[in-house]
Write a protein that binds this ligand. Sequence first.
Ligand code: MSP
Length: 499
Amino acid sequence: MSVFMEKFFVTTPIYYINDKPHIGHAYSTIIADVLARYHRLKGEAVLFSAGVDENAQKTIHAAEAAGKDPTNYTQDMSDIWETTWQQVGITNDVFIRTTSPQHKAAVYELIKRVEAKGDISKGTYEGYYCVGCEAFKKEDDLVEGLCPDHKKKPEWLKEENYFFSLSAYQDQLLAHIEKNPDFIKPPSRRNEVVAFIKRGLQDFSVSRSTQKWGIPWPGDDAQVVYVWFDALVNYLTVTGFPNEQSARFWPADLHIVGKDIIKFHCIYWPAMLLSAGIPLPKTVFAHGFFTIDGQKVSKTLGNTIDPLELASTYGLDSLRYFLLREIPLGGDGDFSFERIARRYESDLAKGLGNFVSRVVTLASKTSEPLIPPLECDARIEVEKAWGQWSAGLEAYELDRSLDAIWRVISWGDKHIEEKKPWTLAPESAEYIHVIATLGEVVRQVGLLLSPFMPQTAEKITELLGIRKEASGDFQSSRQWGVEKFGTIEKGKPLFPPVS
Ligand code: MSP
């Protein structure tokens, strides 16, 4: 690996294992996967981490309900999460478990540094705790006495705990957010965090004395580390922290999180890092939620949808496309089976699939070599799309990149309608000119799709008869007209009717 190679380190939240993955989790994970694939295509060294958050109080409840001891339960559930991501085609480089010895070592090192800074003290926590959020709650966080996210009454705790001096970092955090406009994205979330900090930060409890599962507090076996104080450290563990090699990927370029956990990622986590003298991640990107009839999809609310089930009906790429399309940047998106069916039909079967199949059918009618013209409107269109595609991916505005791809598809459809190639003789120079142009547009659409819909991208390459081993690296193969088409035969539809 060249020392000058750019790196990109992207993370997903590590998920609780009290249930199996649902589409909300798949959403965060797929966003991270698209970005990891994009940065790999750019030729960068990528570290993409995913994993599970096992040391929570809810783990014990779930293990009890399953009639298993927590160690077996976490092993079984962790396997389910890891395999689900494999089945969904997620290309994470590491899968972190917070019950692993490496993670414990990283947590101890962080606590050692924070203690050395004088930021840990003993105190009494008396107040609410929501097991759904695994968070301490104040009276005014509740709506009619219930946690607004989980619709449950939190537990009342009174414990002797260790506390972290969060309040000491209020000014430094505000200064960092102001100096680094990319630290929290999108801007609506940044404003939310700034307003929260300005209301005043309070020290928080970082250990639990009544929880019997978790990482023992160093030097005090009567306490375990509070689950968030342990879980956030996973982002360092996966880089090899505290070993020197950690600097290869740390600081993280991007933490993908849902809007429910920004306080932990944009306030607690940077304060912990400031205290330990570790550089802060470059960006925390908070996305919105999938809702069902306006309610968050969650295990606690009992309205989950299995991503594998959806994928078995529509295919993995359609699942990816649907999830990325349905939530506008920063907002929420309501999930319904009708919407996924409509998107599949209009954007994929009739849009992308139909365009590719029309061009492939037309191309299969001639045996003349198809060499796309170097100067043409199609090339200008495609180059415009690449610009918008990259800008969207760089800004983590994936819908912008998808728009760019679908604009090329519409342009191609219009071009077919204008040129009416079916009125031309298949061996005529004009026919070949039109079809070579369209063939190249299809090839470029395949490349543009590759981080988003990798299987479809591959199928397009196959349909055009381009041998995989013949195609060069992504940067060179995206040059207009650079690849030779092979034998083009009408293939199966990319998005067949769903029964
Ligand atoms: N374990 C913590 C995260 C620790 S990270 C150091 C946690 N886990 S979780 O299992 O509850 O997953 C929360 C994350 O899942 C959300 O932040 C979000 O990224 C994703 N989603 C869960 N439900 C979701 C929706 N309904 N819609 C979109 N994303 C959602 O919090």
